[in-house]
Design a protein around this ligand. Structure first.
Ligand code: DGJ
Length: 733
């Protein structure tokens, strides 16, 4: 049993193979956090591990423990509320009709169940059999108002992951205004951590940063209406000396794609309070009697073997128990996308020529990007007018898709379903369908406004046009783009007192649309995108098995970008394309070989005008595709290890070990070439020390022991700037 309850002491012990999570119910019914860390075989004495009675001055006293006055302000809390004696950042804050904001939660009951229930209307990790996890539902109530919070914990039996979510139920008879509801809170009885997170901007997403936790609060957040390029909804608390293989690491990832806040606060007793939830900035939710509200899921991962092990847990969990559908386990097609090849300047002939040439090289899917609809010759119009531009495509999407399919390729299409251009028939017909505030300017971003997905009619319209397109033409793939953040967040359909619900209602609407469309068209491969990787978060992976990692396609930049992305996201989800040089984002020229090798480390494709490539380049492309097809199963489904990172060293080295452990793929990406330098030995991980491994190209044989302890000179002979290599090793049978 992964969840035990010790009735006499009122202690809950949640365990995963390598971690324990323990809390107890105090005599006043308040749940107190006791421990999160390496698995405990016995929890004997754990309730004595706090210095009860050591109250800091000025902390209000609200409980006696062992006959001593005590304050919840000095005890580690499981789920603190505003209005109690705990004066630190509350996880829950609500306002009641009498104007009061005091919530005092006390234990009512609990239920321990096998498996993991879904979260209504929200994305979440899941199990395929009840034996995979156990779930605790802890019911807490505020006596005065009848408000109930059900805090859910799921402990996985085969992954060191514990998920948390909260359901707020209004069981009283008055309306409650929720002002903040975090999805989890943990008070650590230590503060010697570093805060690691992934920050960025358009075309440079998920850059790794580590800063020491101090007495200043530290917070990452988005107020942009989507999780955004700027901060991924993830952070980790890591030992100060933690690296890829060593140290304790606690990861926190949010399965949500809208405004979020996540961070730590170090208190007067040097305890670190960690939290994550929907951003309470500009948020409220009116809950009528009988209604309930679900806060999204947070996924906590513990590792006692560094950052690498934490990433490995996220990779496997998200690849197999967050991503869904037919393509979850299938090897994905090699694609070619026309965006950087043509931008808006294309016609049917040009696309077919690209497709024909691509087919010769072994490419499997032709994706038509932006510009195929309305009168869209630039990015300033037509979003919402999802009918083909017959000047460019005289035979429509259907005609083009049929011609591409006749070549023996699959056909894919770009949409930006959540948007509306002021210059569109849709806007002229429905000017109130966008997010806006009456009487205020509607600020455009990339010349567009955002459809108001908090409205059911708008969501139904999106489901309608996507269904029509997918029913009419042989479309096997959709690229779902989203190219601006929200401003003037307001809805014409909501009353004044509910306007601050708009951003979250938008997400609920979007999730409904995505759920409906992906379930209705299970054979279509959906790839998410938001100006590259702007909304590449765990929430989106519930609907999209892959995501366009970044608009930055420069191979050197990708060595960092894909490394940072891999802190949480599995390779199977990272779209990665070979593009033309000089690169359109950086002007840099990198070798075709390195552009290919680097893109191999994700969902591989091309994004250039293949018809303009020389015969020699085409030959290289065909060889790359052949090579990728031989290793894509290993990269997409194997275990990934970051051996070297450009965030801390001078090269990127990633190792992929196949599920059956028989094949190992090593990627080495370098930056500036220095003369007169010997290549380093690169030490691999997670091999069978007693087995022998043969390098596929050269036939050299190494023992697992040698590869892991001594290492091999995989970068030997690399010459020129941004050189790279892929080495494949097979276990000798
Ligand atoms: C942003 C995406 O990230 C690009 O790949 C491309 O699809 C453009 N939008 C099209 O407008």
């Amino acid at each position: 049993m992964a969840i035990e309850f010790y009735d006499s002491k009122k202690i809950f012990h949640l365990s995963t193979p390598g971690s324990s999570y323990v809390f107890m119910i105090l005599s006043n019914g308040v749940p107190m956090h006791l421990y999160y860390g390496k698995r405990l075989d016995s929890i004997e004495g754990i309730e004595e591990t706090y210095p009860y009675g050591g109250i800091t001055g000025f902390s209000p006293c609200d409980i006696y423990i062992k006959d001593k006055q005590q304050s919840t302000d000095c005890l580690p809390q499981e789920y603190p509320t505003y209005g109690s004696a705990d004066l630190r950042k509350p996880a829950f804050h609500a306002e009641y009709p009498d104007g009061s904001r005091v919530t005092k939660l006390a234990y009512v009951s609990h239920e321990i169940k096998k498996g993991k229930p879904g979260l209504s209307g929200l994305p979440a990790t899941y199990v395929e059999s009840d034996s995979e996890a156990d779930t605790l539902e802890l019911k807490l109530r505020d006596e005065k108002t009848g408000l109930v919070l059900v805090i859910s914990y799921t402990a996985f039996n085969n992954a060191d992951a514990v998920t948390r979510s909260v359901r707020v139920e209004n069981n009283g008879d008055e309306e409650i205004n929720i002002k903040a509801v975090m999805s989890f809170n943990i008070d650590f009885y230590r503060n010697d951590f570093e805060f690691m997170h992934l920050h960025g901007a358009w075309a440079c997403e998920r850059q790794v940063e580590r800063v020491p936790v101090s007495h200043m609060g530290m917070k990452i957040e988005s107020r942009r209406g989507s999780s955004s390029h700027n901060h991924s909804p993830f952070f980790a608390l890591v030992d100060k000396n933690a690296d890829e293989e060593h140290g304790e690491v606690y990861g926190f990832s949010f399965v949500y794609s809208g405004n979020f806040e996540a961070g730590v606060e170090t208190d007067h007793n040097d305890m670190v309070r960690a939290y994550m939830g929907i951003n309470s900035f500009d948020f409220n939710w009116l809950l009528k009697p009988g209604e309930s509200f679900n806060a999204p899921e947070a996924v906590m991962v513990y590792s006692d073997e560094g950052i690498g092990k934490m990433s490995g847990v996220y990779h496997k969990l998200y690849r197999t128990r967050l991503c869904r559908g037919k393509y979850r386990d299938a090897e994905r097609p090699v694609l070619i996308n026309n965006w950087e090849a043509t931008y808006f300047d294309f016609n049917e002939e040009k696309i077919l020529n690209i497709a024909k040439k691509a087919k010769e090289t072994g490419i499997e899917l032709m994706v038509l990007d932006d510009g195929w609809f309305g009168k869209r010759d630039a990015d300033n119009c037509s979003l919402g007018d999802w009918y083909p531009d017959t000047k460019k495509l005289p035979n429509g999407i259907k005609g083009l898709a049929e011609k591409v399919t006749a070549l023996g390729m699959k056909f894919g299409l770009w949409f930006e379903p959540e948007m509306i251009s002021p210059d569109s028939d849709l806007y002229r017909a429905h000017p109130d369908w966008c997010l806006h505030v009456e009487g205020r300017d509607r600020t455009v971003g990339r010349s567009q406004l955002i459809l108001d997905l908090s409205r059911d009619d708008v969501c139904d319209y999106i489901i309608g046009f996507l269904s029509k397109a997918l029913e009419e033409a042989p479309i096997s793939y959709i690229k779902w783009d989203m190219n601006r953040n929200m401003s003037e967040i307001g809805s014409a359909k909501l009353p004044p007192e509910r306007q601050s619900e708009t951003a979250h209602r938008y997400m609920l609407g979007l999730y409904r649309v995505l759920e409906t469309v992906t379930q209705k068209f299970p054979d279509v491969l959906f790839e998410g995108c938001s100006g590259g990787g702007g909304r590449f978060d765990a929430g989106m992976l519930y609907y999209f098995v892959q995501y366009w990692t970044s608009d930055d396609t420069d191979a050197y930049e990708r060595m960092k970008l894909q490394d940072g992305t891999s802190i949480v996201m599995p390779s199977s989800t990272m779209g990665a394309h070979v593009s033309a040089v000089p690169n359109h984002q950086t002007g840099r020229t990198t070798p075709l070989e390195t552009r290919g090798n680097t893109a191999f480390c994700g969902q591989f494709g091309y994004e250039l005008d293949i018809t303009k490539m020389s015969d020699e380049e085409i030959k290289t492309v065909a060889e790359q595709i052949k090579m990728y097809k031989s290793i894509r199963g290993v990269i997409q489904k194997g275990d990934m290890y970051r051996i070297c990172s450009l965030f801390s060293g001078n090269k990127a080295v990633w190792e992929y070990v196949s599920e059956d452990k028989n094949t190992v793929v090593v990627y080495v990406g370098t930056t500036m070439c220095h003369p007169n330098k010997m290549a380093d030995r690169i030490r691999l991980r997670a091999l069978d020390k007693d087995a022998k491994y043969a390098v596929r190209d050269s036939g050299e044989i190494y023992s697992g022991s040698v590869l892991m302890n001594c290492g091999a000179v995989f970068a030997n002979g690399l010459f020129g700037d941004f050189a790279s290599r892929i080495v494949v090793l097979d276990k000798v049978k």
